[in-house]
Design a protein around this ligand. Structure first.
Ligand code: GCU
Length: 343
């Protein structure tokens, strides 16, 4: 298991060129700035989770060219008496708590989590006429039209905007997080929005942290065939032979430098391919080093089961078990965040 020899070099591009390449060939161009953005707190529970936290339900109202749209999100913030790190979690359900969102434990870890259901921003199917797709009149006949990952990443930035006005949040420690398709989205949101100082991508696999070249499990052709709407229409012409791609996924990871990136894998998650996710981190490390910070540190050539590499600006762990955003993943990520949080 080695970094493939013919990997395109990120250093051959400026950051802007590399980002443009990924947007034009893979994810599509993100929506423009909306005309207006307002937040309305529709419910506030002062003593949530045994009285440890405040739970606010917020509606984000967006207008663009005379059209309007809104989506709800939740902020559960521990009562800490001082600003706490914030995490924007892209989730598969609007519920709080939820299987991937153990709110009470996350409060105990000292994290405020703002979560939203990706389907409330845009449904997870080929419909681009409702919600954010309708607001921005997404035209999928254009090769670089945004796919769903780009629309959901936009939703994460809207929630980041809300956190920016919250005095209870430490503005120097705000993360974007997601699992699986939403781990891919968290990486894209982190690449696009530098206000996320931390990016946490759990088992993001194909089109996430995993390199396409040499990947086992899901391939670029597989994901494009089953989920074409996650990507720009132009992606269809790129997925035939991964060896021919002008980029690979270490480009996406490199765009997060010099901020903090955390990638996590599960040993039995062969569809994502832990080795390919790990190699993505190794291949992105030179971009972090070029930016003056360490990439993945102390990892060796292969991921070790149970090992957690927390020292560098790329963090990584491989846990036992299957595809799931587990408490163990959250605990590791929180430990990484507190280790690297700016004082
Ligand atoms: C499918 C898809 C993966 C994706 C996963 C998920 O398995 O092939 O790429 O990560 O769904 O989001 O749960």
């Amino acid at each position: 298991m080695k970094i493939p020899q013919n990997l395109p070099r990120f250093s051959d591009y400026t950051r802007e060129e590399a980002l443009r390449l990924l947007l034009e060939k893979e994810y599509g161009c993100p929506p423009p700035q909306p005309d207006t953005l307002e937040f309305h707190v529709v419910r506030r529970e002062e003593d949530a989770f045994a009285g440890k936290a405040v739970h606010a339900t917020v509606e984000a109202w967006v207008t663009f060219q005379g059209r309007g749209f809104s989506f709800p999100f939740h902020l559960v913030c521990p009562k800490a008496g001082q600003p706490v790190p914030g995490v924007v979690l892209l989730n598969f359900t609007p519920a709080v708590p939820a299987p991937y969102l153990p709110s009470e434990e996350l409060c105990d870890l000292g994290l405020a989590v703002a979560s939203f259901h990706c389907g409330d921003v845009s449904p997870d199917n080929g419909d681009f006429t409702s919600k954010a797709g309708g607001l921005f009149q997404v035209d999928r006949s254009l090769p670089t039209a945004p796919g769903k990952l780009a629309l959901w990443a936009w939703g994460a930035s809207v929630v980041r905007e809300y956190l920016a006005a919250c005095p209870e949040i430490d503005q120097k420690a705000v993360a974007v997080a997601g699992h699986s398709r939403l781990g891919k989205t968290a990486l894209l949101a982190g690449a696009l929005d530098k206000r996320f100082q931390f990016v946490f991508a759990n088992e993001s696999g194909c089109s996430g942290a995993a390199l396409y070249r040499g990947k086992q499990g899901e391939t670029a052709a597989d994901i494009q065939r089953v989920f074409p709407y996650w990507f720009s229409p132009s992606f269809a012409s790129c997925t035939g032979d991964p060896e021919q791609l002008p980029f690979d996924q270490h480009f996406l990871l490199s765009l997060i430098a010099p901020r903090k990136l955390y990638v996590s894998s599960a040993a039995e998650d062969l569809w994502s391919d832990p080795a390919a996710e790990f190699l993505g981190c190794l291949a992105a490390s030179p971009a972090f080093e070029a930016a003056g910070v360490p990439g993945l540190v102390g990892a060796g050539e292969e991921p070790q089961l149970g090992q957690a590499c927390h020292q560098g600006n790329i963090g990584y762990h491989l846990r036992a078990g299957k595809h799931f955003l587990s408490r163990e993943d959250w605990r590791q990520f929180a430990a990484y965040l507190f280790l690297h949080r700016e004082k």
